[in-house]
Design a protein around this ligand. Sequence first.
Ligand SMILES: [Zn+2]
Length: 193
Amino acid sequence: MDGKFETQYPYLSDYLFLNLLNTTKRQRSKRMDFLVDGGGVEEWLKLMQQLNLLDSQQINKLMEQPIDASELQAFRVRWRDHLSQLEIPEYPLESLAQYIKQAPLYFDSELTPIPSKGGTAGLLSLVSFEMLRGIKEGLFEKVKKCGSAPCYSFFVDVSGKRKWCSMEVCGNREKAKKQYLKAKDSQAQQQQQ
Ligand SMILES: [Zn+2]
């Protein structure tokens, strides 16, 4: 795989579930969806493997059955909504547990979770397991939406001070915007004098 696809994302996280929620972005006023655009779900899975968030055993299992992008989109919409709420909501843990029930996980000798079914059910089971663990470990309290308005990414703010999903893309864009507005402001002031 070339690096081009990877750089289309403003930010790639260390968590599978956040990367799934971040499979959408705005590009020139259009909304882009990595679950259907370009290489679709398959390309996204390959990228997750490159990031070591899925291994070949898990990928092979998932590929045994088709993955339905529309079901993943519905999951994404629901959880993006939950995470966008200002108050920390009561997360619907039961719905995550249901996904795991539909494709129970077993563990290899390295404790890697492998879903018992492939396809959509398998992927959502893996993602739900990671989310339940994250919620239990207090990870979700640190999940933030990127402070750059055109960006849709969520990220984990470990320090509690981070504003952008990535400094390279969103941080620099916001800094440049601030500088531009400042320069425009001082220009306007000079003209008034
Ligand atoms: Zn961002």
